[in-house]
Design a protein around this ligand. Sequence first.
Ligand code: NDP
Length: 334
Amino acid sequence: GREIHLKSRPQGEPTPGNFELVEVTVPEPAEGQLLVRNLFMSVDPYMRGRMNDVKSYVPPFKLGEALDGGAVGQVVRSRAPGFQEGDFVTSSGGWREYHVADARQYMKVDPNVGSLSAYLGVLGMPGMTAYVGLLDLGKPVAGETVFVSGAAGAVGGLVGQIAKIQGCRVVGSAGSPEKVKHLREDLGFDDAFNYKDGPVADALARTCPEGIDVYFDNVGGEHLEASIGKMKNYGRIVLCGAISQYNATAPTPGPRNLTLAVGKRLTLQGFIVSDQRHQHRRPDFLRDVGGWLREKKVKEVETVVEGLDKAPEAFIGLLRGHNTGKMVVKLASG
Ligand code: NDP
């Protein structure tokens, strides 16, 4: 089997030279273990942080070792009770074609709810992020205005669709005219704008004339500052990510208008979806989003790149906005 190693730590934007495709011998599964053939693997923005040698909420990737991350695969050989050859499972053993680990590191998934790759997107970690972040932290109420940045991405696209289901007016920003059209026409956003067309503050004045009740921030930087300026009193800002700053090589300036949060009585709250405190919501998330998928109230959108050797390109492309919906890498057919 083949796997991708981190060869060197990126300075600023990652390049193909930071990665290395390596041929390895796949070990036999020991008692209690499974051998899994990966069908899809995920590339996610948080992986950029793990490529730096700094302490964070997940440990950094090690040089000269395989990267890891979300994957969906099929059991090839099972030496553990409860798993059979042919079962579909998720794991954190991505960035490689075959994966061997203890059975408790795998979770069986139902291939009939959505597509298999949906377990890396709407039914997986990004979906849970949108669900918990919007509903539990943003607490949107019908009739309120919800603004989401990174709106054509995995998390943002679902945030907007869930906010619509809650009866909110939904506005999104994204980085190309095609993505803006996608938000309006495919995902049912009430309004959307291309943040590359001009100042975000001007676009918000146009698209959110009455102000914003909930801002779901995937981007940070200019988007965050402009949103603080447009928030209504008692508004909620969900700090989910700051992708505009992930390749930064020096500290980035904070929102210069943060003190507006006092007079506007704003709540700004960060969160990490994998925290224990959010896990009680997993059954609700799977029931609701699974149901919305079946009822076609939520769309499963993804960009698929084929082949393990293309995984570094897929990751670099993700940070550049080459994806609409969830960026996944297809490694094999089930
Ligand atoms: P996306 O599918 O949204 O992909 C990333 C997108 O970011 C790109 O498609 C690109 O779209 C956009 N982007 C890149 N550079 C910039 C920039 N300078 N300014 C604005 N947009 C930019 O990824 P995810 O949905 O997986 O993640 C979205 C956010 O959620 C990230 O910040 C991520 O770190 C965060 N996250 C947080 C979690 C948590 O637990 N807190 C869990 C999961 C994700 P475009 O073409 O529009 O620029």
